[in-house]
Design a protein around this ligand. Structure first.
Ligand SMILES: *[C@@H]1O[C@H](CO)[C@@H](O)[C@H](O)[C@H]1NC(C)=O
Ligand SMILES: *[C@@H]1O[C@H](CO)[C@@H](O)[C@H](O)[C@H]1NC(C)=O
Ligand SMILES: *[C@@H]1O[C@H](CO)[C@@H](O)[C@H](O)[C@H]1NC(C)=O
Ligand SMILES: *[C@@H]1O[C@H](CO)[C@@H](O)[C@H](O)[C@H]1NC(C)=O
Ligand SMILES: *[C@@H]1O[C@H](CO)[C@@H](O)[C@H](O)[C@H]1NC(C)=O
Length: 142
């Protein structure tokens, strides 16, 4: 029984393997496992800012938060590019109700009652040919 099945299975897997490799080659890059990336990565800078805007939009806080540290940043090439990020955001002195504030110009709250940092985890899919940045599962806690 095994003797009959195994060669068939092997050739099926072989065909499948060739199809997968061909598909990947068509996509223009090889998929990989998540790799650490530099905190200075240009796309990462944009991504953590987008995450902070997303947090601010969802929060009920009177003040805006902005990124204070990146604890982990990984990139994985799949269909598009996946970023896995552990981010710290801290409360700034900028009030939400003042419109059009440039987050980059907001100082952090000094040590004291309003000083607070949250630890966030999220993932992002960059789909270059669709020009889309999609933040997924943004979760922040003290
Ligand atoms: C803020 O959140 C609301 C509702 O969740 C959404 O409709 C709106 O587009 C968001 N604005 C920004 C700037 O992300
Ligand atoms: C990736 O970064 C994390 C957090 O900075 C670190 O703990 C880990 O050792 C790094 N892994 C590699 C393979 O460099
Ligand atoms: C901010 O925008 C809202 C609505 O667009 C407006 O009602 C409010 O007066 C603005 N606040 C400031 C400080 O400009
Ligand atoms: C916000 O400020 C930073 C530095 O102060 C500047 O580089 C950036 O262009 C400003 N962004 C906007 C939208 O004005
Ligand atoms: C992608 O986005 C950038 C800036 O957000 C814009 O300048 C460019 O025209 C967009 N490209 C496409 C194909 O939509």
């Amino acid at each position: 029984m095994m003797g009959l099945k195994t060669p068939l299975l092997a050739s099926l897997l072989g065909v499948l393997g060739v199809m997968l490799v061909a598909g990947v080659r068509d996509a223009g890059f090889l998929p990989g496992s998540p790799r650490n990336i530099s905190r200075n990565d240009h796309d990462l800078q944009r991504i953590v800012l987008t995450a902070a805007y997303s947090y601010n939009n969802q929060s009920n806080d009177a003040f805006l938060f902005r990124p204070s540290a990146v604890r982990r940043a990984q990139r994985q090439v799949v269909k598009g590019i996946r970023y896995i990020v552990d981010l710290e955001i801290s409360r700034t002195v900028c009030r939400k109700r003042d419109n059009n504030t440039n987050l980059s110009d907001c100082d952090f709250q000094p040590e004291g009652r309003l000083h607070q940092t949250f630890h966030c985890h999220f993932e992002v899919w960059l789909i270059p040919w669709q020009n889309k940045t999609k933040i997924q599962g943004l979760l922040c806690k003290p």
